[in-house]
Design a protein around this ligand. Structure first.
Ligand code: HSC
Length: 688
């Protein structure tokens, strides 16, 4: 891992593929290398660089769970680097994140090339920069800038890092050669210890300011503790560092930290398809056809154009076509106007969009995504036509959220080329892509869909075929519960308020108002025929009978006087109370904790059923769908993570207790839950 000392400069390499994370072995190696270089009289200076294209992505996150982070610990190692009597120069390319940036800050001088990207993203993992970052960065940039970087974790480029004083020099050429030349030459920087720099002048004001901006309802305590660490900066580096170490350890074991780290690894885990070897290669995708230029089709088009793909939108209606073009180009121009992309990039993206009236133009695309309305006959028309038009290796995808993908695949001669790509609206914003594997979907088609998800910046999660797939199947049980709670005594604002205070981006009733109460109504009508033994509360139907279809018509469960803000409506409160009376239910006060418990248990039980049936590969797949498509707080990890937090034996006990109560039929425990609880296992045991 260490190159031999060449001349008078010692080059120490951070080498731990793929991203040079600072695991224990690498820390030991660095410590030994610094000791060796310092004691070698021939060495005048040290250059620290990363192997490959990255400098270092930080601590090895997998070590946090074990708590085994010593021998040497990160702070011990970095203090040793900083204390080195010979100049240590960091030569930075690629990612320089978290503990990686803290390592660079402990060096005496930092040179980067334009590929370098810097961040202290610990807050996104529910922790804080625990290797001296909270004490060193403010001394270089000022406390205000450092707090902004640490409390929300944005990534900055090399030019910005130079501007802020995070690095000392930016070079266009070979950064290692530049660092070596500097180290060996007459202008070699002197030892300058960041930890010994003066207390930043703006410290007191910046701390007050940051505390004032703290979100009132943050589940994670990390932002507040980061501010505490910065407030603890004194001229004595050790005092502040002791506070940082104490608060780091406090955060490390919190539920939010574990949940956020579950999300980090989970989003990567879901891309692994069990049983699919490396020999399965994704097909190249450069040109995509989208059938249907409505809201969904247009959102998909924007997402794809933003990822540099070439897109043809086929929309038969002239007006809709114009509207789609207009919306897509405006969204791209808005990004340019806000400085997110260069004007030339915006022009290229708009030039990559073609609108067409008929399917005939799709003869040479790599992938077609059908996004017409949810009607099997409409899908049949599209797929049978596409089958005649596209190349034999073109992948055919449906954006259906409710129809049977296998029935759609049967419309083409070769169903192995058909896959579901279920985008969530607005498709250019929402991170989730539910990838539906049909009974006949070919492995390389599935692999292509996964690679495509990554390419367009989505978290792709595979679902088997079932009504509602993973996400909406769980959501249906969650909604069923929410309406039963209304019958029993809660008001809409109480159900939504409890779930929102707990961490959901939006309560279940507000979600349905946003999606359209008429959509829920149509599904309930279908269910009344298909599943007469699984009735819903009659409350939502009563609301629909009043034509209150949600936000789009200004009234649903709530009123929307300004078109956006949900305001509780006394008429709906009366409707609910009357309904309870009509069905003979004596209303009672229902506490937040009971609302959260029941809604969550409904999600967990259905999630367990879905994993047990093999619709989801792993419990973590269910969690990643909920975090990325359904507004489940990342700091809560997802329903299956929550089940493990509660303990599966307790979850089962609670479900069984509910099964003995009103609407007990809802609470039949999932077989997998019973099995795991009996074995003393948890859902996480099934994730690897
Ligand atoms: C930290 O540094 C805390 C410090 O303050 C130290 C505190 C010490 C306190 C001690 C007190 C006594 N660790 O994303 P990709 C894996 S916290 C482990 O698919 P990309 C990743 O799981 C850390 N593994 O690639 C995946 O593995 P798989 C702060 C890590 O090119 C593979 O690498 N740093 C890892 O799309 C490839 O990753 C961060 O939060 C890590 N740090 O993105 C940065 N980083 O193939 C987190 C990656 O088996 N990382 N892996 O699935 C990232 O943001 C992205 O991974 C990159 C690469 C942008 C680096």
């Amino acid at each position: 891992m260490t190159e031999p000392h060449s001349g008078k400069v010692s080059e120490i390499v951070l080498d731990n593929p793929p991203v040079n994370a600072l695991g224990a072995a690498l820390r030991r190696h660095l410590l030994a290398s610094i000791d060796a270089a310092e004691s070698d009289p021939a060495v005048v200076a040290i250059v620290l660089r990363g192997a490959g294209t990255a400098f270092c992505a930080g601590a090895d996150i997998a070590e946090f769970a074990s708590g085994d982070m010593g021998d040497p610990s990160h702070p011990e190692l970095l203090n040793r680097i900083e204390a080195c009597a010979k100049p240590v120069i960091a030569a930075i390319t690629g990612v320089c994140l978290g503990g990686g940036l803290e390592t660079a800050l402990a060096c005496h001088y930092r040179i980067a090339d334009p590929s370098a990207r810097f961040a202290l993203p610990e807050v996104t993992l529910g922790i804080l920069p625990g290797a001296g970052g909270t004490q060193r960065l403010p001394r270089l940039t000022g406390a205000g800038e450092a707090l902004a970087l640490m409390t929300s974790g944005p990534t900055i480029n090399a030019a910005r890092a130079l501007e802020l004083g995070v690095i000392d020099r930016l070079t266009d050429g070979d950064v290692v050669a530049a660092a070596r030349a500097l180290a060996a030459g007459p202008d070699c920087p002197a030892v300058r210890r960041t930890g010994a720099l003066p207390v930043p002048a703006d410290l007191a004001d910046a701390v007050v300011d940051a505390r004032g901006r703290l979100a009132a309802r943050s589940i994670s305590q990390a932002p507040a503790r980061i501010i505490d660490c910065v407030a603890a900066i004194t001229s004595d580096f050790e005092t502040g560092s002791a506070v940082e170490a104490m608060l780091f350890n406090e955060l490390r074991t919190t539920e939010a930290a574990r949940a956020l780290q579950h999300a980090f690894f989970g989003e990567r885990k879901v891309s692994r398809i069990p049983g699919m070897g490396r020999e399965v290669k994704a097909r190249p995708i450069a040109k995509v056809g989208i059938v249907g230029g409505g809201l969904m089709g247009t959102g998909i088009a924007i997402a794809l154009l933003n990822a540099g793909l070439s897109v043809i939108v086929v929309e038969t209606r002239h007006e809709a076509r114009e509207k789609s073009w207009d919306a897509a180009s405006k969204a791209i121009l808005r990004d340019a106007a806000k400085g997110r992309i260069a004007e030339a990039v915006a022009d290229a993206r708009i030039a990559a969009l073609t609108m067409a009236e008929g399917l005939g133009v799709l003869g040479d695309v790599d992938l077609v995504i059908e996004a017409v309305f949810e009607d099997l006959a409409a899908k049949e028309q599209v797929f049978t036509a596409l089958d005649r038009i596209v190349r034999s290796d073109t992948i055919l995808a449906s954006n259906t959220s409710t129809l049977d993908l296998d029935a759609i695949a049967a419309f083409v001669a070769d169903p192995s080329r058909v896959v579901g790509l279920h985008f969530f609206s607005p498709a250019n914003i929402m991170r989730l892509l539910e990838i539906v594997r049909g009974a006949a979907t070919a492995p390389d088609v599935l692999a292509t869909a996964m690679a495509f998800a990554k390419r367009v910046g989505k978290v792709g999660v595979v679902s088997g075929v079932c009504d509602g797939f993973i996400g909406n199947r769980l959501f249906e049980e969650y909604l069923r519960l929410a309406y039963f709670l209304l019958e029993e005594g809660a008001l809409p604002q109480e159900v939504d308020g409890a779930m929102e205070r707990w961490g959901m981006a939006m309560g279940p009733l507000r979600v349905l108002d946003l999606a359209g109460q008429d959509i829920g109504w149509a599904i309930r009508k279908r269910r009344a025929v298909e599943q007469p033994d699984r009735p819903y509360s009659g409350i939502p139907d009563r609301i629909c009978e009043l034509g209150r279809f949600g936000q789009k018509v200004g009234k649903g469960v709530y009123e929307y006087p300004d078109g956006r803000t949900a305001v509780p409506d006394p008429a709906i409160d009366r409707l609910i109370v009357d309904y309870s009376q009509e069905i003979g239910v004596e209303r009672r006060a229902i506490e937040d904790a009971e609302i959260v418990d029941r809604c969550l248990l409904a999600l967990i039980n259905e999630g367990a059923r879905i994993v047990g049936e093999g619709i989801a590969y792993r419990p973590v797949d269910v969690d990643m769908i909920y975090l990325n498509g359904y507004g489940f707080a990342r700091e809560r990890g997802g329903p299956m993570f929550q089940a493990d937090e509660i303990g599966l034996a307790t979850v089962l006990e609670k479900i069984r207790a509910l099964a003995g109560g009103r609407n007990g039929w809802v609470w039949e425990p999932a077989p997998l839950l019973i099995e795991l609880a009996a074995q003393g296992k948890c859902f996480a045991d099934l994730n690897d």
